[in-house]
Design a protein around this ligand. Structure first.
Ligand code: SF4
Length: 394
């Protein structure tokens, strides 16, 4: 990428309003999956009660200085937040209901791993006010998951889908395309099954090999063989078509929903609206700065006990970074970018260059334009990164 024109960008408006979305991190997991890049702790469940106490303290400290409310979205992510003891999770939600209140059409999501759920827990979550479950399915091949140290069974997934549907109107599943050991036929069979489930939303991610994960060492030492890229990309496109036929709209590059059931919380991230994260390694964005909490559990405990705050780093976004985020996040969504907003901070020369490149992409049918917006076409979606790089090198 060229950065030679950084200094020519003029400031863009960063005022995105007040926080009405909270992210709450629950880091505990029964096992550490080999592909996991997240802040996750396996085999440390004895810290759960103290973690909950500290989390509450962090939230209370924040609310003292940042009166917040009503909340629009809350997302319990992890880790495995379905291992958050239900009576403690209820306490956290009661605190938020009491101090902040909720907007009428609020969305409260809990990430759930199959194999960590019981009928009692489902009922407790419902009573506590959880109204959306995001289920980590990933694959229905037990042996494939086991090799990746993810101990869950297809049987548990089916049980969960069946028992969640009567209680929760809004159920989402996460799938990973490109897992080692899943044949195209097996993937197709799973998708054929998924589209019949009583769910409203699907997130489909490519397997990413993150450095310093077990999977990374497996791949570099050639004990794990990944399916070839072309095969995975073809499957991905085929799956998008299958979802479309089944009534799931691809409203973001990795996300599909039935009409009206897009993820309100994730849309906050994609639209660069502010949010506040609590817990180990949690990230926050206030419209100007991105911050992240410490990722060390004992340090987190100590810092929150002492000050109520545990920030590892704060990053001020440059004008160029803000512009790039707007471009990238905008193009990853079906709604696309508002061209005038993207052009606004550019110099005359950059505007011309951007328009020229947009025209080339329009001619190649990788993007389409209507009503002042520009969005990726289905062909463009598959080369989204290339399109974004092209448009950003001005
Ligand atoms: S369940 Fe999720 S957070 Fe926990 S180890 Fe597996 S991938 Fe990581």
């Amino acid at each position: 990428m060229h950065h030679s024109n950084d200094h020519t960008l003029r400031p863009v408006s960063k005022d995105t309003g007040s926080v009405s979305s909270f992210y709450i991190h629950w880091p505990f997991c029964p096992y550490r999956c080999h592909f996991c890049p997240f802040v996750a702790l396996a085999g440390q469940d004895e810290h759960m009660p103290e973690y909950h106490k500290i989390l509450i303290q962090e939230i209370e400290t924040y609310l003292k200085t940042h009166p917040t409310g009503p909340l629009k979205t809350i997302f319990f992510g992890g880790g495995t937040p379905s291992t958050y003891p239900p009576e403690l999770l209820t306490e956290t939600l009661e605190l938020l209901a009491d101090r902040c209140g909720f907007e009428q059409d609020h969305e409260i999501t809990l990430e759930v791993n199959p194999g960590t759920v019981s009928p009692t827990k489902l009922a407790a979550w419902k009573n506590a006010g959880i109204n959306r479950l995001s289920i980590g399915v990933q694959s229905l091949k037990d042996d494939v998951l086991k090799k990746l140290n993810r101990h869950q069974k297809a049987e548990e997934v089916r049980w969960l889908i069946t028992h969640a549907a009567p209680l929760f109107d809004n159920v989402s599943v996460d799938l990973i395309v490109g897992l080692p050991g899943v044949s195209p036929t097996e993937w197709r069979e799973m998708i054929a099954s998924v589209v019949t489930w009583p769910i409203q939303h699907v997130s489909m991610y490519f397997l990413t090999v993150h450095e310093d994960t077990q999977l990374y060492y497996g791949v570099t030492s050639k004990t794990v063989t990944l399916p070839c890229d072309d095969e995975v990309v073809d499957l991905y496109h085929e799956t998008i078509e299958t979802f479309a036929k089944a009534g799931f709209d691809q409203y973001e590059i990795s996300n599909f929903s039935r009409a009206g059931w897009h993820s309100k919380h994730n849309s906050v991230y994609w639209q660069r609206k502010p949010y506040k994260g609590f817990g180990l390694g949690a990230c926050s964005f206030d419209g100007k700065q991105r911050t992240q909490n410490t990722k060390n559990l004992l340090k987190y405990f100590e810092e929150i006990r002492n000050t109520g705050i545990s920030v590892l780093f704060t990053e001020d976004l440059s004008d160029k970074q803000v512009w790039l985020e707007q471009l990238m996040l905008g193009l990853r969504q079906r709604r696309g970018i508002v061209v005038a907003d993207i052009l606004e901070p550019l110099t005359e020369k950059e505007k011309k260059e951007f328009s020229k490149k947009s025209q080339e992409l329009l001619n190649a049918r990788l993007v389409s334009a209507s009503e002042g917006k520009m969005m990726l076409t289905p062909a463009g979606l598959s080369v989204a990164n290339e399109v974004i790089v092209k448009l950003s090198c001005i």
